[in-house]
Design a protein around this ligand. Structure first.
Ligand code: SAJ
Length: 420
């Protein structure tokens, strides 16, 4: 089988490489020429365990090649970004651009699968759009089982850092615009997926993806709200959560300085935008989570009090532990807020990158390793619980004022129960 994967990002590239490893002839398509060139040299432009070796191998054997514009193929997977646009409205324009780019090459019995996170109904709209571009072919939204082209939706649900493992082992929802579309898409995925491949409709599969990430956002908001409750009641929220989680049916997540990344903080809006009246809880969760960086600012402001120009060390900048991705990071947001408020001299430390992002350099933030930053500071703000920070000797913190947004020092390291 020939397969084309449109979009060679965090999802498209590992997916393309896995299909190539399983013996398909795979063409990766990306509008970014630098990405195409690097893949064709067997190199990767993203950080992901084991992906470099796999891409190098499948490019060397000729099973995977990258191109800038699509070519004819039997199956097309669209894995392009769907960011939030203005007013928190989903922007699916890259999906439609990708559909337009493959339209000229479609022929009878070809399969088109969308993997990008999409509002419910997008797959059907894309099918309609393709039908307008190719009036010589029939599509399933109009012609059901008899359509020439098959169209389906199948969301990725992999965790960065574990992408190759989760692509293979996670169960996968596959929703077609017709039964035949579901079945053909499902049988394609069985070539890489060892988990269950579960067939449904396109609309259901679209909502499943949005539901998963909205569920996590609401649950993180619960933890963040509990942090506020505990602060008012002067109790340690990490201890409360650990003890509550001993209940066999309770599993509370961890509070933090906010929810970052490209999915959890975005996808709830894809539901909220479609059905605002039905989503008071999801909207409240977003508000709670979006308020977190401002809360951290408030804690630091209180610690600073009347002190003139204190030095403040901010530890961790990525959007979650043990990754190097600083985009959409609440930790970066906190440092920006602190810098704009000119509360003191700021030093940021992030062991997974070699320099600060431009936005922080422009604000005059210094960059140092964690121990140097702590040594120079009177206030230490822990923003990300990277494994490197586990090893910081508590004596280095003895005379520092702390804002521990992750409970590393105020609970996990100290483990001082309430009565102590
Ligand atoms: N976070 C907390 N407390 C927690 C857990 C997470 O504050 O207890 C924060 C993190 O620090 C981070 C943000 O939430 O800022 C998101 O991190 P994450 O680890 O929850 O999720 P992502 O964005 O790396 O990946 C998620 C995953 N979705 C779910 O777990 C339901 C992944 O499986 C999806 O494939 C991915 O979104 C995606 O692409 O949609």
């Amino acid at each position: 089988t020939n397969l084309s994967v449109v979009g060679l990002g965090y999802i498209g590239l590992p997916t393309a490489a896995l299909f190539a490893q399983r013996g398909l002839s795979v063409t990766g398509v990306d509008v970014n020429k630098a990405v195409v060139d690097s893949v064709n040299k067997g190199r990767i432009h993203i950080v992901e365990p084991d992906l470099d070796g796999l891409v190098q191998k499948v490019v060397a054997t000729g099973a995977l090649k990258a191109v800038s514009t699509p070519e004819p193929s039997e199956a097309f997977i669209i894995a392009v970004p769907t960011p939030l646009g203005e007013h928190n409205k989903p922007d699916v324009s890259f999906v439609f651009d990708a559909a337009k780019s493959i339209a000229p090459f479609l022929k009878k019995d070809d399969l088109v699968i969308i993997e990008s996170t999409c509002p419910v109904g997008t797959t059907k709209q894309v099918s309609g759009y393709l039908a307008d571009l190719r009036p010589d072919l029939t599509f399933p939204h109009d012609h059901g089982e008899d359509s020439d082209v098959l169209v389906a939706y199948s969301p990725e649900r992999v965790l960065p850092g574990r992408i190759l493992i989760e692509l293979i082992h996670n169960d996968r929802s596959v929703g077609g615009l017709s039964r035949r579309s579901s079945e053909m898409a499902g049988s394609l995925y069985t070539q890489i997926v060892e988990g269950n491949v579960l067939l449904t409709s396109a609309e259901a599969a679209e909502l499943v993806k949005l539901t998963e990430n909205s569920f996590r956002d609401v649950n993180i908001a619960f933890a963040n709200e509990l942090a506020l409750v505990c602060e008012e009641l002067k109790l340690n929220c990490w201890e409360i959560i650990e003890l509550a989680n001993k209940h066999p049916r309770v599993s509370i997540l961890q509070p933090g300085p906010g929810v970052g990344g490209h999915c959890i903080a975005v996808d709830p809006y894809f539901i909220i935008d479609a059905v605002p009246k039905a989503t008071p809880l999801m909207q409240a969760a977003r508000a709670v989570n979006e308020d977190r960086p401002l809360k951290v600012l408030e804690y630091v402001r209180n610690l600073v009090g009347q002190t003139q120009n204190p030095t403040i060390a901010c530890l961790g900048l990525s959007f979650k532990p043990n990754i190097d991705d600083l985009r959409s990071s609440p930790a970066v947001k906190v440092v920006e807020l602190l810098a704009k408020e000119k509360l003191g001299t700021l030093i940021a430390s992030e062991p997974n990158v070699s320099e600060l992002p431009q936005s922080l350099r422009d604000l005059g933030v210094d960059f140092a390793d964690a121990l140097t930053a702590i040594d120079r500071a009177s206030i230490v703000v822990l923003l990300v619980d990277h494994r490197q920070f586990d090893f910081i000797d508590p004596s280095a913190l003895r005379d520092k004022r702390l804002v521990d947004t992750r409970g590393l020092w105020t609970w996990r390291k100290s483990r001082k129960p309430q009565f102590a």
